[in-house]
Design a protein around this ligand. Structure first.
Ligand SMILES: [Zn+2]
Length: 675
């Protein structure tokens, strides 16, 4: 008997990790796909398609497959090994081709379309209408309404795009790996922290350069080097290497690939009846249209640029005084910025860490969720976990009813991916056979305790924990009927609202007092330190804001321009970023040729989302600031209208229900000290 199939005989039907072995996955996935296919066949045989027998039925299809693949891909991210990775190469294509089969099924689409065409007569409620539209659009956006010839064209474009995206990424990676800065003279290491120097010595050993130090363009090497290395010429060398990736006219040059990608995306959008690629993307975003995104970025730029210019001016003076720097260059910014920040705020990790013992911070997070949303977290020993470091909790509400299962997995391991994320083992839904409550997990990479010292978090780790927990609340408090609209299944530029808003609580004394106490003396975190944390967080926010806007503008410009008019990528980028330049441009450097977010990842016409979500979180949190950060009425409204609502209707509508109006950027600008 395969433990992945059938009803799980565990508390709350949680995954039976104690029974699952790698060899169970492929047979389970195969069987679950067969089961899903059977469910689809039933819908295809329906004679009179209606909302229930087609749209709702489709939402319920593949529930076993969702559970099995959920477990598998979560393990592949948090507790993987060579066996699991090998299985992933087998399972991923199986799952992808299954979902493609569904979206390309003409008979199935006919049934969906028949229901969609009766939309007005069906008397659907808000959630049902959203599900119907979302389902219909998922087929149409994949070409279901095209004739055979155009469908074929679309498939070809998609295949080419995926190849070009891969090639783009491979070129960036190869360029990143090709470069190394070998330091032979200890003098040139001045300014760098001990840990970074050790890592560079280690890299040198690995590359057969014992006794020297090797720095690379990988983030953990490049960023500290640019931030701390005193040697200005070497900083320039690193900067130039980093910013000339894949644009040197050799076989790793990405400029033609960029033009091809843009041309294909434009054709794809036009084939589907859109004016341009950005229209296609933004149709399913809160921001709705390129025009609104450009206005949004333009307004933010206008309001943040004066502050950014003032910051650069101040930093220029500081660098002149300190080192006689005549003109501050791009390779100087991070370096002097860090020095000035230290001088101004004197707040560093070592000073803060004793106040943030992991166990206490976790209790603080639970307490915050308790005060706001009435949630209680109780460790549950009988729920199986996939690693001894993982703790499983049962989550209940004020009435003592079961809300969710919550897994917390905090420490790094060999089999765990970098970073921090929220995920789930199953979503929430409610149908004729009852309600399924969610199983949600957060996975982080925090410092592990030792026999003599507990795990003490940096402030950045504290905000990370709050951030991921905010996503978890979105999942745990989900209260919808349809799994594909439930919890975090919302538009991309809306999904970071619950996570980012939750970070705001850890800058507030009233919240910090719940948990930030010295791990040895028990003394509460001093107010003076809290003030410094806030100030340091706002340091150079003008500059940072303009920088983010510049990437957003570059992205949006690429996807709203007729690609046949883009001849010189250098010139195009320069023009798109002209308004946002704060430091002298550097000849020969290019951002576009390594802008993987938009040319390889899924952020094309979506880079603005980072700032968009910040506007939302600051604007929404402002209401809590006005009414009190633990105000029950405000918390109830946020829970009902945002956290529990999932994607049941357009996010702008959900937001208005909470805030009483559309979002305004003022709160963000105020928080960042820009107005
Ligand atoms: Zn997030």
């Amino acid at each position: 008997m395969n433990p992945l199939l059938g009803k799980f005989n565990t508390p709350f039907e949680t995954p039976p990790f104690h029974l699952i072995k790698p060899e169970h996955f492929v047979p389970a996935v195969k069987e679950a796909i067969e089961e899903a296919k059977g469910e689809i066949e039933k819908i295809k045989c329906v004679e009179k398609p209606d909302f229930e027998n087609t749209i709702e039925a489709l939402d319920n299809c593949g529930s076993t497959l969702n559970i099995v693949t959920g477990i598998f891909f979560n393990l592949n991210a948090a507790e993987t090994n060579a066996d699991i990775q090998k299985l992933a190469r087998e399972i991923s294509p199986m799952v992808t081709s299954h979902s493609n089969d569904i979206l390309l099924d003409a008979v199935l689409f006919d049934k969906v379309k028949a229901v969609f065409q009766q939309k007005e007569q069906l008397q659907l409620d808000e959630e049902q209408r959203t599900l119907l539209e979302k389902t219909y659009k998922s087929f149409v956006r994949n070409g279901a309404n095209l004739d055979e010839g155009d469908k074929e064209k679309l498939r070809k474009i998609d295949a080419e795009l995926s190849q070009l995206g891969l090639k783009f990424g491979e070129n960036v990676l190869e360029e990143t790996n090709k470069f190394e800065l070998v330091v032979e003279n200890e003098e040139d290491l001045k300014g760098l922290p001990e840990g970074i120097i050790e890592a560079a010595a280690q890299t040198a050993v690995e590359r057969g350069k014992d006794g020297k130090w090797v720095f690379t363009l990988a983030y953990p090497s490049y960023v500290p080097f640019m931030t701390y290395a005193d040697n200005r010429a070497l900083r320039k060398e690193m900067f130039m290497a980093y910013n000339t990736k894949a644009n040197k006219g050799d076989e790793l040059d990405n400029r033609d690939i960029i033009k091809d990608i843009l041309r294909l995306k434009d054709s794809r959008a036009k084939l589907l009846g859109y004016k341009q690629y950005a229209d296609f993307v933004l149709e399913e975003r809160m921001a709705e249209s390129p025009h609104k995104v450009l206005d949004f970025l333009g307004e933010l730029l206008q309001k943040s640029k004066p502050k950014a210019e003032q910051e650069v001016g101040e930093l220029q003076d500081f660098a002149t005084q300190l080192d006689g720097i005549e003109t501050l260059q791009k390779w100087d910014f991070a370096y002097y910025s860090e020095k000035l920040k230290k001088e101004k705020y004197e707040v560093d990790d070592e000073l803060l860490k004793p106040y943030f013992q992991l166990e206490k911070v976790v209790q603080g997070v639970f307490e915050t969720a308790g005060r706001l949303y009435g949630l209680k977290f109780k460790p549950h020993q009988e729920i199986p976990v996939y690693h001894p470091d993982v703790t499983a909790y049962e989550v209940t509400n004020r009435a003592g009813e079961h809300v969710a299962v919550f897994y917390a997995d905090f420490f790094p391991r060999a089999g765990k991916r970098n970073g921090a994320w929220m995920t789930s083992f199953r979503g929430q839904k409610r149908n004729a056979s009852g309600e399924q409550r969610p199983h949600v997990s957060i996975v982080c990479n925090f410092t592990k305790p030792t026999p003599t010292k507990p795990s003490l978090l940096t402030f950045n780790e504290v905000t990370t924990l709050f951030h991921e927990f905010g996503h978890a609340l979105h999942g745990m408090l989900a209260d919808g009927r349809y799994e594909s609209l439930s919890g975090t299944s919302v538009y991309w530029d809306f999904v970071e609202l619950p996570s980012q808003i939750f970070e705001n609580w850890c800058y507030e004394k009233e919240c910090l007092d719940l948990f930030a106490a010295h791990y040895q003396t028990g003394e509460k975190i001093p107010e003076d330190l809290i003030r410094k944390i806030k100030q340091a967080a706002n340091f150079h926010q003008g500059y940072q804001t303009v920088r983010q806007i510049s990437f957003g503008l570059l992205d949006m410009n690429y996807h709203t321009t007729d690609p046949s008019t883009i001849e010189d990528v250098f010139a195009f980028e320069q023009k798109a970023m002209e308004r946002t330049e704060l430091l002298p441009p550097v000849e020969g450097t290019l951002m576009s040729s390594s802008f993987s977010h938009i040319f390889q990842g899924g952020y094309a016409a979506g880079y603005y989302s980072y700032k968009w979500a910040e506007v939302l979180d600051a604007d929404a949190f402002e209401l809590f600031l006005e009414k009190g950060i633990f105000d029950k009425e405000t918390a109830d409204s946020f829970r009902v209208n945002i956290l529990s609502a999932g994607g049941r209707t357009h996010p702008s509508e959900l937001y208005r229900r909470f805030r009483g109006r559309d979002p305004k950027p003022d709160a963000l600008l105020k928080r960042a000290g820009l107005i």
